[in-house]
Design a protein around this ligand. Sequence first.
Ligand code: ADP
Length: 507
Amino acid sequence: MLPDFRLRQREYLLEISRAMSARLDLSSLLSLILKSATEIMAGQTGLITLRMPDGTYAPRASIGFPVQAVPLLEPLWQDLEDDAVSEKDISLRLAIASRAAGIPMRQVVALPMVIGEEKIGYIFIFRARGVAFSPNDTQVLRAFADQAAVAVHNARLYQQVSAERERLNAIIQNSGDGVMMINAYRIIQMWNKALTNMTGIPATEAIGQPCYEVLSLHSHEDRKIFHPQEDELYVEGIHHRADGLKTTLSINYAPQRNEDNEIIQYIANVRDVTRLREAEEMKRTLLSVISHELKTPVSIIKGYAGTLAREDADWDKKTLADGLSVIEEEADRLDRLITNLLEASRMQAGGFKIKESYLDLASMVQSVVRKLQATTDKHTITVDLPDDFPPIRGDHDRLREVLTNLIGNAIKYSPEGGTIAVHGTQGENNTVRLSIRDEGIGIPPADHERIFDRFYRVDNRLARQTPGTGLGLYLVKTVIEAHGGRAWVESIAGQGSTFWIELPAEA
Ligand code: ADP
């Protein structure tokens, strides 16, 4: 039979070991160990040191000492290797530490916490007065230290795993690419910040929902694209955001399998490829525009020049003059086209600057109108500008190009002819406004914004038959905005169009 107090001691130890194994937070576990050990050993103060990765020991918990006293106890654990330190040695160390810390400590028991072969730390218990620790005390503490070692080891492992998980989560959350994790049933388990930015959908709305509903993609013909089955793990399509923006997303699925080769989850990388696809489209359009639009004037010039140069023909003066003027016109067209292409690429590259000078817009309008009126007899161009039309500051050549493009379009897109009215007014906030109204084919409202985009042309029969690059209005808008102004259109399809530009007036 065990004596009564031993029985109680055992029960107490059992209780503590249960409590210890339930604690995963290292610092609260160490406090519990130390508190229990001090109680069992009837000590007044105590200390736990843990072995650091570099092999040294550092105090991690203490009881009964003021915080600032703990570092002063260092002689106790310095180079403390179990067997090498003699009883005498340890009493000496105790005396030094006690004096340094100014705390009475007469007796000490120091036991290593060991896992397998590895020492992970020490438990120190101190008594302030005489009674020495007995061999039984040491034995009890040794049993206790073994259990404490296991609990500390587990808590450290848990800490490592949590830190690892947090690190991984931080990598995924802060990745520049969109990342989502979906289970085998395609339910979203994780959704990172980049995805929220890309789609406008917060993680709280995405997690727990099927990915094909949250991130529904559409083809260019606006058919719904289904997220792929096991064999094809890439999709690309248009995502309609709640704020009305459309983005092209590509999704790459990496399946993860268990030992039985069954898919347990997918990690999906989502990229916003809108700009990339636009740039590709732009390149295709540019090539087709260049090849088509440059070819036409060149072949006309070549045809006329060849005909006029025939040695067997004796052209009269008028035929010669007509032919040469066609060549001149086509050469002009070619020149405009090349200028526009160069200007557009310069603007896109951001290397375009406006050369400002003092300008009389009224006389510039008159001069452009005179030049363009000479190219048509189906159209009548009228000009109505107030006498006190204020001067502006701006880039002469580019603004002339703007007017030429706008009035030129009014002619081009009024195949039946009619009146083209150029009207000038003073706008609000010290601005000047010009409007160019035609009686042509008009523009459907859905295209009012887009016609100012690069290479955009309204899709109708006339536009297909009319030469053009879709660059003119892009240049108009870019130049006007570079002057601090704005450009827009009012039009109803079939009822003509009115283009407006507004520029700051010179004060
Ligand atoms: P381009 O005339 O070379 O095609 P623009 O950028 O000048 O290019 O114009 C873009 C498109 O806007 C044209 O293709 C045409 O469909 C439409 N558009 C421009 N001006 C007019 C207008 N005055 N009336 C009707 N449509 C117009």
